[in-house]
Design a protein around this ligand. Structure first.
Ligand code: HEC
Length: 129
């Protein structure tokens, strides 16, 4: 890579990071302290999703959700959670009949978006004071 290209890439990265920071639906401090809504998302994730998608969303039976949330839209996320998904990786159950998950989709999204942006380290998050 030429130096010019490197600095252009770096500028782009910083620009992207800055625009993410403005739109981020979560607040994470010290890589593990979450705002109340995002923390709710973490608890829901731990209860219902972690056994297939891994403690940190890194993937197990189910795909790496940190990667996925950089690719799929919020609408797709909401739809997959509601209806489930069967594809090349395996089968994901639908959550339409689970009110806790259905009502918590926004919080789940916030939490996983924070994971996708690398805002939370590979540690157990806690609620910010
Ligand atoms: C029983 C295991 C299992 C559980 C529990 C589970 N998933 Fe999944 N999930 C999967 C599998 C397997 C796939 C991949 C389906 C495919 O495309 O082959 C998947 C796919 C997804 C996708 C789509 C990813 C993409 O890139 O298309 C999302 C989003 C998702 N899961 C979110 C969740 C959330 C949120 C929860 C908790 C409410 C959850 N999953 C619970 C197994 C599971």
């Amino acid at each position: 890579m030429t130096t010019l290209f490197k600095s252009a890439a770096l500028a782009l990265l910083m620009f992207t990071a800055a625009s993410f920071a403005e739109e981020a639906p979560y607040t994470v401090t010290n890589e593990h302290e979450l705002d109340a809504e995002t923390y709710k998302g973490f608890k829901l994730y731990r209860n219902w999703c972690a056994r297939c998608h891994g403690t940190y969303g890194q993937g197990m039976v189910g795909p790496n959700l940190a990667d996925s949330l950089n690719v799929i839209s919020k609408e797709e996320f909401f739809s997959v959670v509601e209806n489930g998904k069967s594809g090349t990786i395996g089968s994901m159950p639908a959550w339409a009949a689970n009110p806790k998950v259905m009502e918590g989709r926004e919080q789940l999204y916030r939490y996983l978006k924070a994971r996708a942006d690398g805002a939370i380290g590979e540690v157990k998050p806690r609620k910010a004071k």
